[in-house]
Structures are given as structure tokens and as C-alpha cells.
Design a protein around this ligand. Sequence first.
Ligand SMILES: [Ca+2]
Length: 544
Amino acid sequence: MPVVLRALRQTFVTALAVTVLAVPIATPWAALPVRGDLVVAGMSMPVEFATAPGRPRDLFIVEQGGRIRILRDGVLLPAPFVDIGPLVLAGGERGLLGLAFHPKHATNGRLFVNYTRAGDGATVVASFRVSAADADRVDPASRGELLTVAQPFENHNGGALRFGPDGYLYIAMGDGGSGNDPGNRAQDPQELLGKMLRIDVDHGAPYGIPPGNVYAGSGGGRPEIFASGLRNPWRFSFDRVAGDLYIGDVGQDAQEEVDFLPRDAAPGANFGWRVVEGTRCTGLPNGPQCPSPSFTPPILVYEHGEGCSVTGGVVYRGRAIPVLYGRYVYADFCTGRMWSAARDRNGAWHAEALAETGHQIAAIGEDAAGELYWSDLRTGDVHRLAGDPSVPVAIEYYNGANGHYFLTAFADEAAYLDAGAFGGAWQRTGYGFAVARPLESGAVDVCRFFGAPATGLDTHFYTGDAPECAVLKANPRWTYEAVGFRARPPAADACAPNTRPVWRFYSDPATLAGVNHRFTTDGTVHAAMLARGWLAEGVAFCAK
Ligand SMILES: [Ca+2]
């Protein structure tokens, strides 16, 4: 994160206001139908979001100067959760930077913060408990220091904290600062700087070392190290469904990058800094050969023409925007550009523009329901990403009782299913895709058929192919239900630019129970269905 003027804090510290406004953000090249809603205006340098297990109404927002605020049901509570301002050296890239709640917070009340210490500027990871008398207050007397790391320069403090799916606390450390990592710290196993650390807060005093850590017991390096070769990991997250780790790592002069490790990846990944920046060898001395197969390359990069400082985000797992489900959302701090990215069916990553916010996006986070928020450091405003209701979306449902997938683009039908029709057997999978508007040129009708169980089928089927639609209409085993939605037809199993393939899967009754179909745009789902023995039947139609 680049330098932020100290004056900003003074300007906004007294300007707290609570408003909820629907403000469309400028999205001239957005590929997905989204908008931003202003949730809170004028906070004091909001730099991080966190949620607490057992508190589904609350989103915690970290202010760089040392306060943590509670956004409850979309309204900012007037009193801070905690204010550790006197302990914190704030300004530029320093301050209160990280917050994570213990996985068992609902019973033990523990939380963890990462801040720059007043006086010497060292990074401190400390623990607190909520007050026994008031769960909306932290007990200041409960503070305990876990880890202190001296900082040789003001910048590159990383700072995010997250608990992984393994229950350990992950701590993102920058390389110590200046430029080009002058101490070569990110590659030095005797340094905690430039690393992703992993500690066990439930054993040991003040913490234990997870037995799988790279140097746990070996003596070859600091035992807290989980991964190395990071420059300034500005915001990382775990996908709450898949458990995968995503790290936004801020670049030097050329490229911004996002690094990735799948759930349960072995410790010891080296993301390459300062030997490599993004995908480019830096030529800096005293590193291993470059390029090196020992480095884990980024999954996403962009050049310094598209931005200058990446802000790592989250994999969207909310309900408000079905077209975004399962996609990783990240942004650039300098330009306010926001992207979403996902893997295709071959495992390759692709990013596409999501919005031009014009904001200084310091943090992207999710609330307890998985809805996505971001903060604008310039204004102190917090925004929530919302779907654009004017764009029709096909929403996927699944019936666990009979393994039946279903798509609907009819809002009243979705509301009926969401209200628990058929005893609640139908549940949203989270996935969906944007379909064509009713009169959109170039789109075709997608016929929706139901094969009732009595006919030996038990499935819904969708086709945008007019001859196939006519054939099925004449087949007594299939019941024609409606034009389900409109979509663009594929050409030779491919889709035009700015549209995405909807792949059709078939469960062959010869090998799996029952006739079944599923339609998806998602490469991860594609791979999962193949692994489950479903047959890929190519591109059914093209969606947005
Ligand atoms: Ca790297």
C-alpha cells in the first residue's frame, strides 16, 4: 500500500456518519452485473474487515488509527469495540492492520490483532478477550503479546491475520520495507520478514509451532515460517468453502500479483521475492537462479499501467450475486479497478474486470453471510457489492433428496423455492449466471423441460437449440415447461467474447443412479462433476 497522508485521519476522525445509500458505481467495462452500495460514510481509514464465529449480524471494521468498529445489520454502532490508539503508531503503511477472531470465539471470546507499536514501529501480534460483561467491548486488561517483530523501515508491514481451515493463525509479514528488499529478508529463513507465518494459539506459551511447519524442530530457519518470498502481502484470505489461500502481494516497480495455495498445501512454498517480481526476474543479487522451479508462481498478475498496488480480496460466497459465486475478487489500491477471477475447466486462471470504482481500495472483506465489502481509504467510506436486479440471472438449485439440479431465472419461482417450497428440499448451490435480457438481439429462447420420475427420467433439461426443443416437445416422456430464459447460442462449442460457456453435464444411468443434468459456467464445478463420474456434453449455450 502506498503512502497515505496523515491528514486524512484527522479530517475524517470526527466525520463519522451512518448512511445507507444505493449509489451505482461507474462500471463502463464491467463484465458482470454488479453495483456498489454505500454502507457507511466517513470512517477513519478503514483497512480491514473481519467476522466472528457466533456473531452473524456483525461485521468488524478495523480503523488504521487503532479502533475497531462494529457494523451490525448494516448500521455502525456508535461506540468502538476497542480503541488501542495509544499503543499504535499509525500513518503511512503503519497502524492497526489486522484482526482475526478465534475459531471458538463464541465460547472463548478470543481475538487477535496486528499493529505497529508506538515508539519503535515494531510489528506486534497480540490477543484480547471480549468483556465478560459486554460482548460489544473488548476487555483492555486481557491483552497478551504473542509475537513482536522489529521493523527496519516504515513500509511493507503486511499485517493481515486469518485462521486457516487447520485452526492455526496465519500472519502476513512484509519484507521489512525500503525498496528491493535490501536485506534480502524475504528469502532468508532466519528472518520472519517477507513470510507467511503460522502459529498455534491453543498450545504453548504464548503460542506453539504447528508440527508441519517448514522449520519445526529442524533448526534450519525460524519455526513460525509457513511460506516465504513475499514482498508486502497486503490482505490475504481463505476461501470459506474450499479452504484455499489467496495472497495479494504488492509489487515493486513492474507487476502486482496474487499468490495461491490450495487447501492443505504442504508448508514451504516460496513465492519468489526478491528474486522474482510477479513473473519477472529482478536481477537482484544473492538469490537462487531465476526463473527457478522452486518458486510458486502467482496465479494472477497485472502490469503497472493497470494499477500500482494490489489489494488482495476474497472468494465470493454470498447469495446476492449468483454470477460471482466462487470467483476471487481483488482490486488495485491506486486505480480502484476491481477484478474477479476463476479457474477454467483446464485449471488455468482468468481475470475479468468487475468495476471501476475510482476508490482507494484498502481492504476487501466479507460478512458472515459471505457478502462482499470494500473500503475507500481516501473517503473512509465502506461499500457493499450488490447484484444489478435489472439483469436476469439463472440461479441454480439442488435437491439433496434426489440429486436433482434445477435452474430458474424467474424471480417469483426463486422466491418460492427460497421460502421452502417442497419442504425445503431445494437449496441454492450459490452458482448462477447472467442470461440475456428478454429482447436482446443475438439471443435465443432456452426451452425448459421436465422429465418426470414416472417416465423413467427425473431431471430438468434446458436447450437453446430450436430443433432439439421441437423434438423434445414431441416426445411424451418430456414435459415442456416454459422458455426458461434467453441466452446466446454457441458456435462450434465456443462462445463469443464477453460471454461465457455454460457446460452441460449428464449423469449416465448405466453408471450413476438416475438420469440427471447439470449446467455450469464454473471451471471448478466442471472438474468436480467430471471427478464424480458425470459426462461432459459440451457447451449448451453462452451466458454472461
Ligand atoms: Ca512472487
